[in-house]
Design a protein around this ligand. Structure first.
Ligand code: ADP
Length: 197
């Protein structure tokens, strides 16, 4: 079974493209939602987060995301500490999940693949790209947020050009190039590659 990563900057359309693979029967691991689950359920990680960021990280209802976001989003060093604590758990969790899948290939969808070193646990990485202005517009619309807030989040991700160069396949999701034929082409190649393994 091939372990495939699907990545791209915020607003590139990763989740939308993941949805197309999903309707073709390909299992999708959503790193974002799995990370939230792990941060709420893994006792060792919860303890490390409390030690590092204080008891306010958890409320009786679970992870206090706004408290944590407030700390890390204004401080890149604290963000790095958070990522160093969480990423090994999500990488391990994705690895376990991959082994449980029975399709020719399975996809891990994550904004941060190269940033977290997760590519060494993947056989192939697909990138999704779109022009910056379109990514900003899409994200503002989706999250009902401001241009400044989107730009802030983008500044924490590695440059899209560099990211796409690191990918084995690139899907252009620019509202001009039809995406379904691009997905179908990659799907056919991945099936062929999986059979050759
Ligand atoms: P990401 O997961 O990369 O942050 P999303 O897949 O959530 O991006 O896409 C961001 C927004 O743009 C969503 O509201 C989505 O519906 C929209 N979008 C993405 N790609 C397309 C597309 N090809 N056509 C129309 N809307 C799109």
């Amino acid at each position: 079974m091939l372990r495939v990563g699907l990545t791209g900057g915020i607003g590139s359309g990763k989740s939308t493209i993941a949805g197309i693979f999903m309707v073709m029967g390909i299992p999708i691991y959503d790193a974002d939602s799995r990370a939230k689950k792990i941060m709420n359920e893994n006792e060792a990680l919860k303890q490390s987060l409390i030690e590092e960021f204080g008891p306010e990280v958890y409320t009786p209802a679970g992870l206090n995301r706004s408290f944590l976001a407030q700390i890390v989003f204004s401080n890149p060093e604290r963000l790095q500490v958070l990522n160093h604590l969480v990423h090994p758990h999500t990488i391990q969790d994705a690895e376990t999940w991959m082994h449980q899948q029975e399709s020719p290939y399975a996809i891990k969808e994550a904004a941060l693949i190269f940033e977290s070193g997760a590519q060494s646990h993947l056989d192939i990485v697909i990138g999704v790209t779109a022009p910056l202005a379109l990514r900003i517009k899409r994200t503002m619309h989706r999250d009902k947020t401001t241009r400044e807030a989107v730009m802030e989040r983008m500044s924490r991700q590695i440059n899209d050009v560099i990211k796409m160069r690191l990918c084995d396949y690139v899907i252009v999701n620019d509202d001009r190039s039809p995406v379904i034929p691009q997905v179908l082409r990659i799907h056919a190649e991945l099936i062929k590659r999986a059979q050759a393994v």
